[in-house]
Ligand binder design. Structure first.
Ligand SMILES: NC(=O)C1=CN([C@@H]2O[C@H](COP(=O)(O)OP(=O)(O)OC[C@H]3O[C@@H](n4cnc5c(N)ncnc54)[C@H](O)[C@@H]3O)[C@@H](O)[C@H]2O)C=CC1
Ligand SMILES: O=C(O)[C@@H]1CCC=N1
Length: 263
C-alpha cells in the first residue's frame, strides 16, 4: 500500500518512523511532499522514502493520503487538490487539529470523497501511539478498516464521535507534552536532592511507564492504585497532600481546558 504524506514535520515523521518500524510497508512505498524542498528531499533520501514534487503528484501516486501539514494551511491544500481528486480518489486521512470532516469535504468540493480524521500522538514513532479515528458518512467500511490497520500498526486506536475529537486531542494528542512535563518535574526534584539529571530522568520515566502499564493491566481506578502506594502514616500520603495543596489536579484540568479553548 502506497501511503503519501502531505507535510514532513514532527507528526508526519513520527508516523513514517512507526510504519517502517512495524514493517507495515516498505520505505519506498512511503511518499512525501512538503512546503520546503530543501528539507523534504534530503529527509526522504536519508530514509529511502519517495520524494514527490507536488501535492497533486502525491495524490495521483498514493493509495492513502495523510494530510499532516500545518493545520492552518490544510483547507487551502485540499482546495488546491480539487481537480486531481476528481480523477483519483485515494482514501484521505487528515490529522489536522480542529479541521472538521465537513470543512474538508467543502474544501474538496466533493461530497463523494472518502475522508477520515485521525488524531494521533507523537508516540506513534515507537508504535505506542493513541489515535482517535472518525470517518465521513460516504467512507466505505473497507476504507475505515484500512485506516484502522494503519494506526493499529502505530499503537492503540479508538473510533470516536467527531464532537469528542477536541477533548481527545487535548488528553491524548497534546498530552505527551504534559506527561513529559510531569516526568521532568520528578526528575528536577531528584536533581534538587542530589541525583544526576540523566539518572533522575531515567528513574522518573520508567516509574511513569510502569505506573501506566499497571493501570492498563489491572484496569483499576487510579485512586485504588494511589491507595495501594500510600502506607498509613507514610511518606506518599504526605507528598500527595502537599501536591494537592499546591493545586496539581486543578493545574492539570486548567491546562486541558486551555488546550481545548485554543482549538
Ligand atoms: N505534533 C503533534 O504531536 C501532533 C500534530 N497533529 C497535527 O499534525 C499537523 C502537523 O503538525 P506538526 O507536524 O506538529 O507541524 P510541523 O510544523 O512540524 O510540520 C508541518 C509540515 O507541514 C508542511 N507544509 C506546510 N505547508 C504545506 C503545503 N502547502 N504543502 C505540503 N506541506 C506543507 C511543512 O513543510 C512541514 O513539513 C497539524 O495539523 C497538527 O494539528 C496532530 C496530532 C499530534
Ligand atoms: O499542538 C498542536 O496544535 C497539535 C495538535 C495536537 C498535538 N499537537
Amino acid at each position: 500500500m502506497k501511503i503519501g504524506f502531505i507535510g514532513a514535520g514532527h507528526m508526519a515523521q513520527a508516523m513514517m518512523a512507526g510504519l517502517v518500524a512495524a514493517q507495515f510497508n516498505r520505505p519506498s512505498d512511503i511518499l512525501v511532499h512538503s512546503a520546503h524542498k530543501a528539507h523534504y528531499q534530503p529527509f526522504a533520501k536519508a530514509h529511502q522514502y519517495t520524494a514527490v514534487a507536488s501535492n497533486q503528484a502525491l495524490v495521483t501516486q498514493s493509495d492513502v493520503v495523510i494530510l499532516a501539514a500545518t493545520a492552518n494551511v490544510s483547507l487551502e491544500i485540499i482546495t488546491s487538490l480539487q481537480k486531481v481528486l476528481e480523477e483519483k480518489t485515494p482514501l484521505l486521512i487528515s490529522v489536522a487539529g480542529g479541521v472538521t470532516l465537513s470543512d474538508l469535504a467543502d474544501a474538496a468540493d466533493n461530497a463523494d470523497l472518502s475522508i477520515m480524521r485521525a488524531m494521533p500522538n507523537v508516540n506513534v514513532a515507537i508504535n505506542q501511539g493513541m489515535t482517535a479515528l472518525v470517518a465521513n458518512e460516504v467512507t466505505p467500511e473497507a476504507d475505515s478498516a484500512k485506516a484502522q490497520a494503519i494506526f493499529t500498526a502505530l499503537g492503540k486506536t479508538q473510533f470516536l464521535a467527531e464532537k469528542d475529537f477536541t477533548t481527545f486531542a487535548a488528553i491524548a494528542g497534546s498530552a505527551p507534552a504534559y506527561a513529559y512535563l510531569f516526568i521532568d518535574a520528578l526528575s528536577r526534584a531528584g536533581v534538587k536532592h542530589g541525583l544526576s539529571k540523566v539518572d533522575a530522568t531515567k528513574i522518573a520515566a520508567q516509574t511513569v511507564l510502569g505506573s501506566a502499564a499497571n493501570l492498563l493491566v489491572t484496569e483499576e481506578n487510579p485512586w485504588n492504585l494511589i491507595d495501594q502506594v500510600s502506607s498509613p502514616g507514610g511518606t506518599t500520603v504526605a507528598g500527595l497532600l502537599a501536591m494537592e495543596e499546591a493545586g496539581l489536579m486543578t493545574a492539570v484540568v486548567k491546562g486541558i481546558d486551555a488546550t481545548i479553548e485554543r482549538e
